[in-house]
Design a protein around this ligand. Sequence first.
Ligand code: FES
Ligand SMILES: [Fe+2]
Length: 450
Amino acid sequence: MSTAAASREEPNVEPVTIGTEAFTSAEYAKAEGVRLWPRVWQHACRVEEIPNVGDFVVYDILDDTILIVRSKPDKISAFYNVCAHRGRRLMSGCGHASHFHCRYHAWQYDLEGENIRVLDKEDWGGALAPERLRLREVRVDTWGGWVWINMDPDCEPLREYLEPAASMLDPFQLEQMRYRWRQWGYFDCNWKTAMEAFIESYHVEGTHPQLLKYAEFYTWSQSDGWHSHHGFKERDPSLSTSQSNTIVRAGRGADARVSIADLQEEVFRTVNASTTRTFVDAAARLVQELPEGTPPDRVMAHFLESARRDDAARGVRWPDIDPDHYARSGIAWNVFPNLSIAHGYTFALCYRARPHGHDPDKCIFEASVLERFPQGGEPKTEWVFAEPTDVQKWRSVLIQDFANMSEVQRGMKCRGFRGTLPNPRQEQPVINFHRNLARYMGTGAPRPLK
Ligand code: FES
Ligand SMILES: [Fe+2]
């Protein structure tokens, strides 16, 4: 977006309130289709989905439809997915094509969007200029292993838009990860209600109480221009971010060897993400490998070292990340507007929510789990549809998150609700999201709480 400059100020911890218009108003939802979505960078698919020339993915956002294609071995192109003749949507879903063929009157386009066939072209008497016939281009770029599109031809470059999130997350080499699983569904809430369930950890005590026996989830949070992130924090202010990160991740049990193993096992079983089999197995050995009474920071260092070694032995190389950087990068990012990334050394749990039509009470929600695999050991995955109540497919922790979404959506419409009260220290991502959304929308900025 060329007109609005992202803020780089220090976190503003002044308490604020945010109105409900952005979540519940049909007019606001409609306006997003004009002011937000056509002007913002959006991740459309993973690069891994289009490895070969001719592989394509269609990305739909409200009324707009975009065709993303690997047009050359080293080039990804994006076009409006609409036939120049009478406006039929050209392609759907994903697949492979040598060229794009419109199924209405058989016009054709090559992978670079040039029209290569008009049936009975002479009937136009030479009036059809190639420029008028070609598919209209959309700005496209890649970062983190995702393909990003922006419908605004004057938008700022993707890299600039993503900073400082891009530089903070680059060391994790998300582009080296591949899908482990990916699921989607239609949810009964606004897309923002869904996103906000995953950009703070203040909700853990209320929503995931079963996790409290393993660790305390007090967090810091920070606004980063368009984006934001949060991470673990001990309540003791004398501890550095790095020390806090280690202590919290070591768990709250008296014996860190046991609490690390228990937490890894619980997360693997109930989230099916945010850890890997390697971590679970390395954690399970801690009791045999270390003497009782080993201090938590030593247990944590040993745990990471043996997981790193196990992965190396099976051909999975860890990125080298400075521990301070790791701590400062936190546990999850909101990349404005609708990507949430909970990252680790060899994995990431990502969420996306998009509007479903112009109904403010509906969205398309997607979760994708990325992991580093040995070369050639990447699983073949597809998008799997799952109802928001399907605990078999989503596992229990996400089902707990989902249960809040529709209840929040309904609650916010109640005439007795006076606007949200996000936690100024732990829910900065929620506040910053609305501050930035208001820059696009021209309305609805968080207001100081008097
Ligand atoms: S609409 Fe595509 S060929 Fe007629
Ligand atoms: Fe949660």
